[in-house]
Ligand binder design. Sequence first.
Ligand code: HEM
Length: 514
Amino acid sequence: MYTSIVLVCIALACAYAWMLMKSRRARSLLRHLPTFSKLPFFGNLHNLHGGGENLYRIIVEMGRISDEKDQPFLLWMGHHPVVVCIHPDDIRAVSNTFIEKHNFYSFGRIWLGNGLVTAPMDIWKRNIKKLGGTFTAGTVGRFQGVFNARAQQLTAILRGKVGSQLFDIYDDISYVTLEAVCQTAFGISGITQSIVSEEYHQAFHQAVQLLVDRGLNPLLYPETVYKLSPARRQMEKCVTVLHNVSETIIHKRKAEMKEIIKQKHMEEKENESSGVKFKSYLDLLLEMSINDPNFTTEQIQAEVDTIIVGGQETIARSMFFILILIGSSKQVQDKLYAEFQEIFGDSLRPVETEDLARMPYCEAIILEALRLYPPFPIIVRYADRDLQLRSCLVPAGAGCAVNIYGAGRSARIWGPDAHHFRPERWLRTTSPDSPAPDTRAFYAFSTGRRPCIGKQYAMAFSKTILAFCVREFYFTSEVDKLRVKMDLGLKPSSGHLLQVYPRKTSGPVANQHL
Ligand code: HEM
């Protein structure tokens, strides 16, 4: 017994000495950066435990301290350092230099394979050339019919909520955004009724939680250990359900395409629900698979799963925050309504792509909400070489994170009202010659060499949803009760915050500020 204890102590001491040796250069280069107090072996991992609301609090705290000290924050994930930046110069340097994602993203490959978000650099470089330009303004313009149909679907749901108590809109938004993404990106309609079940939603949320849990447990980092763990078996169960949906989508679309080829309409298929012709993202992938051996069935499925997570979930989350925020300010909502009146008058007609360019205030609201509540509040790259930042040298091998949330809330950049919802900050207030607003620290869609490819999509769909909702309804929200948590991204942890009134009758006056 005594011998065993001694042996364990020696093993631990050796492991600790090895960790100290491995991190020696990083410790000496980064020692002046602000950090939390750390524990031997675990570094700051104990700070990150305590659930999604605690994780959110840590992101807020890191941003606050970085802003106050005007320096990146240092997190120790065990003996592995992660430098967390909020200054635009640092973020630009990191995003333009590093393409490789941090090893944490590899944990997601069991679900998202080598899709664009989780792909290692070599695979990403190869695939982004073909997929990077998929959601351009031109392509997204062709989705407008679907966006209108789905926004109308949401207003129909909202009509049923008029006169009710505070309600949770999150699931309804998720439902319409998933349907929209399936129609536009995959060319499949009716997915939410036919394929996506309660089991799917449960599997989705559990898989997200299991990924976060692994990220916080260094014992599960090595693949060999993880493979033997119960967490891996649970994850496999979830992934089977999730992959079943993406497989069904692909089979359905393949079958439809065969039919189209038969009918000699290979070029473009008329989308039944919208009457608009477009080629979906999945069609492109399937076409590429004919000539490019890299686009295997597995790779196509990875891209489909990636779009569901990266596209649908992000829009659903951001729309939730947008509605809560406009419900908190009568002035903002009145101004938005006035902008829609100018474009549409009293008509509830569909939104045309040309209308979208005439919505500067609506755009400002979306950007302002994304600044305050970015769906991905933090992203992490792997430093494959040394990089000089403003106040430190990041050593090769370290993690380099962009604190998107912290940058969006920096008082140094946005001024003393950085935490307030003020869409006006995005507008040129006087003439077109007036200086552009200082919006440097907005990174909700990431920046540099590996940014979001769906920004145009997200903006067009969000504007359409807002146009339909605000022309018909007036929203109030209990924004003071909003609680936020972090899983793979920011998410509301409190839901019943919104009330809705028909426009033609007046609702109670909303709060003026956050
Ligand atoms: C409000 C909505 C959205 C926000 C805030 C957002 C934000 C982001 C961010 C921050 C990243 C970088 C992630 C990282 O580096 O770890 C990203 C990547 C990505 N996004 Fe979005 N996104 C949104 C909507 C969409 C939509 C609608 C699509 C597609 C239809 C999409 C597809 C992607 C893809 C494929 C990537 C990976 C890009 C790459 O690594 O090359 N996103 N997004």
